[in-house]
Design a protein around this ligand. Structure first.
Ligand code: FES
Length: 182
């Protein structure tokens, strides 16, 4: 997946080319699956689904932008805002839920004011809470970081440690020393 490009730098031509090549609005105007796939193409290109891409997809497929926004909101896999420096999939599937993922979800909300699809205020981390299984239930409760690293058997304490590590690395990289939760 691409890193998130600022909305002002979005080049819609690659998306338009994909839409022209693979998505025929006459045949698929009402296909939920096709709209979702087109949004996945946009997220793959830009790291999220920018408003401009949503409008391009709506125009190409002949559907309303509201319908697409509804789908983007419904499916937890989509980001509609430019992602932070790191991205995390926090599994909230059955095994992870049984293992305590709700406490991690609550911690994110209470300490960082972050819900699914949102980014910490310092821009360090974007979190997606995934209700489907990530396929590594033996690590439950588990989070996938930056699309490849798995952090398993999470407790609120170890999760907070992970958050602090990410944020301190980010501060070290940028030279900042403020605490967003202060
Ligand atoms: S339910 Fe979380 S990895 Fe399977």
């Amino acid at each position: 997946m691409a890193h998130g490009a600022p909305a002002s730098e979005i080049d819609l031509q690659p998306l338009r080319t994909i839409l022209e090549d693979r998505y025929n609005p006459e045949n698929y105007q009402d296909s939920l699956e096709l709209i979702v796939q087109a949004c996945q193409e946009a997220q793959h290109l830009y790291g999220y689904v920018p408003k401009a891409a949503t409008e391009a997809i709506a125009e190409h497929l002949g559907v309303s932008t509201n319908r697409i926004f509804g789908l983007l909101t419904f499916y937890a896999d989509f980001l509609t805002d430019e992602p932070g420096e790191h991205t995390m999939l926090l599994c909230h599937g059955t095994a992870c839920y049984v293992g305590g993922s709700q406490k991690l979800v609550d911690h994110l909300d209470l300490r960082y004011d972050v819900t699914s699809g949102k980014t910490t205020r310092d821009g360090t981390l974007t979190v997606q809470i995934v209700n489907g299984c990530l396929g590594v239930c033996d690590l439950a409760p588990v989070a996938q970081l930056d699309h490849h690293d798995y952090c398993g058997h999470l407790t609120v304490e170890s999760f907070e440690g992970l958050m602090e590590t990410l944020r301190s690395e980010s501060k070290a990289a940028t030279g900042e020393d403020s605490d967003e939760t202060d």
